[in-house]
Design a protein around this ligand. Sequence first.
Ligand SMILES: [Zn+2]
Length: 203
Amino acid sequence: MESILPKQIRTLITEFAKIPGIGPKSAERIVFFLLKTNQSDLDTFGSSLQSLKQNIKRCTNCFNITDNDICVICEDTNRSAAQICVVEEALDIVAIEKTRQFDGRYHVLGGVISPLDGIGPEELTIHQLDKRVRNEQPQLRELILATNPSLEGEATNMYITKKLGATGIEMTRIARGLPVGGEVEYADEMTLTRALEHRVKAG
Ligand SMILES: [Zn+2]
């Protein structure tokens, strides 16, 4: 079916189909939807896409995504300095913020330790987390480990617990309200709220 389509359309379908959660069928639907969209909306879409990487960077403090040096969460003086919630990706922050149950700050690891994928602790922001914990104590009292309930997530928690043990900081991990193999990003707000409330001592 695709072969009867102009090359530009086929290229766009191929590109959309690369996005997680979007298969070839959805990609076709998106492109045909865009064909019917007015030009000014398309221009906004196109220019945001084009400048995405240029304008978005990592917060120098917590590695959340931001268009400034410091992200809106780190900048917000109303948020508690007592807790840091450690997550794998910036998208996990979006999910946790939706619960409105957490008013501390975050630290984005940038992934999990996964030797098979060649990702060791040095590829993550664990060193920076260690530094942050040392700098922010004694106001900072607790690290909440909110990695995904996978083998890699657990291994990463264990590594952090061991590495930062010397700082004396209290470390907890979110409760297993999350199904095994489930991900923070996809958890519904109730599940995530319960997981935060019933967190347990890590290590
Ligand atoms: Zn930040």
